[in-house]
Design a protein around this ligand. Structure first.
Ligand code: 13P
Ligand code: 13P
Ligand code: MG
Ligand code: MG
Length: 385
């Protein structure tokens, strides 16, 4: 029988700035789901990373189900009521609309869902990031499912040897494309390196996969709050569901993708590049410069609709080295202050408050002499090529 795993997350207020959730608010969300999920979900788990509350649900209602989305929406509303009462910062930040209309997509919270045919043992990992954007998953998901130097199973395991299919979304133009690895690996990379525009939405096995043909094995939240709200309302801190083992990347192959901190955009005011630091849930207080950006990983197994776990996977000395490297990168980058490439390029600052500052200077500019002439010269040189 098919089972659906739905992961829905939102920032509904934090303490004191964008540092972390307030435990009683997280409890309120948990209590709402517990009291209202009978007959709807077969199991659930509520947690957080930084200032984002995360709800994982197992059920049989398929993806985009209004009752499941409505349950998460109402749970976040219940938490928001308490967040407002105690005066949390940014209370209700990610709940952009007032009335729920059947699908939580486009309303602010991030959604990752997959309908699966559960295996005898169905292990999976929920990855949750704070102070970054959905494109931050491009690099690690590529490494897990397409890079043999990260995932030797791609070389050694006959079930993985054919590779995987990647569904990539252009979140700016609202288009999607499906590409196959390893044969179209360079095309995949040509896109997903531009991580603020192209995001890996899903990964599928191929039809030839002996154990699990044509199955969705990874899914990432791709909600871009800035594009929904039209102005900066917090970065769209993403989450992902990744199935593991038995013809898929092993648990350790999946986690290995986070062993060398890489740069992601977000951090302070959603405006800076910073290293992604793998941490246990208890290590996810966003302090220094509201970060550095973090990722946590919770491991579950699913059986007959019930979840066993989770195991807090980055809460381990094996990731101390990655944390140390991330902190060294933090020291290094912070010395650049408001300069690129620590600060994001101008195109990515469009939805922040920077354009307001630049606009206030607009009528104080005067033309640079001969500038147009130089520009024309450049064009004529190009014409000669
Ligand atoms: P405020 O103007 O809401 O204080 O925004 C600053 C901030 O917290 C972004 O990190
Ligand atoms: P969040 O997206 O986690 O709310 O952070 C916003 C921010 O501006 C941090 O500086
Ligand atoms: Mg916040
Ligand atoms: Mg956040």
């Amino acid at each position: 029988m098919k089972t659906t795993i739905s992961h829905i997350k939102a920032d509904i207020g934090s303490l004191p700035g964008h540092t972390t959730v307030y435990a009683p608010v997280e409890d309120e969300v948990r209590k709402y789901v517990k009291n209202n999920s009978a007959g709807l979900v077969t199991d659930f788990y509520v947690t957080h990373i930084g200032d984002d509350i995360q709800i994982t649900m197992a059920h049989e209602k398929g993806i985009d189900n209004p009752e499941i989305h409505g349950l998460a929406w109402e749970a976040f509303k219940a938490g928001t009521a308490l967040a407002k009462k105690v005066g949390l910062y940014g209370a209700g930040q990610d709940l952009l609309k007032d009335a729920f209309s059947g699908n939580i997509k486009g309303m602010g919270p991030g959604v990752a869902e997959m309908e699966i045919t559960p295996r005898k043992s169905e292990p999976f990992i929920i990855y949750m990031m704070d102070k970054t954007e959905p494109g931050a998953f491009n690099f690690p998901i590529f490494k897990m499912f397409a890079d043999p130097f990260n995932t030797p199973g791609l070389v050694i395991d006959p079930n993985m040897h054919e590779g995987f299919r990647f569904e990539i979304w252009d979140v700016v133009d609202g288009k999607k494309i499906e590409l196959s690895s390893p044969d179209q690996m360079y095309d995949i990379l040509a896109m997903i390196g531009s991580k603020s525009r192209y995001v890996v939405k899903r990964v599928y096995t191929k039809e030839t996969h002996e154990k699990l043909p044509d199955e969705n094995v990874a899914v990432v939240t791709t909600d871009k709050l800035s594009l929904i709200a039209g102005e900066y309302v917090g970065k769209d801190d993403p989450a992902a569901i990744v199935r593991i083992q038995s013809g898929l990347p092993a648990s350790g192959e999946s986690l290995e993708a986070f062993s060398h901190p890489f740069l992601v955009s977000g951090w302070m005011r959603g405006s800076f590049n910073g290293p992604l630091m793998p941490v246990g849930i208890n290590g996810s207080k966003m302090t220094r410069f509201d970060g550095p950006p973090r990722v946590a990983a919770l491991g579950f197994v699913l059986k007959d609709g019930k979840l066993a776990g989770p195991v807090d996977l980055f809460d381990d000395v094996a990731f101390d080295g990655a944390r140390k490297t991330a902190l060294e990168m933090t020291d290094h980058l912070r010395r650049m202050g408001p300069f690129e490439p620590h600060r994001l390029p101008e195109s990515d600052m469009e939805y922040t408050t920077l354009p307001k500052v630049l606009n206030s200077l607009a009528d104080k500019f005067s033309p640079i002499e001969n500038h147009e002439k130089k520009h024309k010269l450049k064009e004529s040189v190009r014409d000669m090529d």
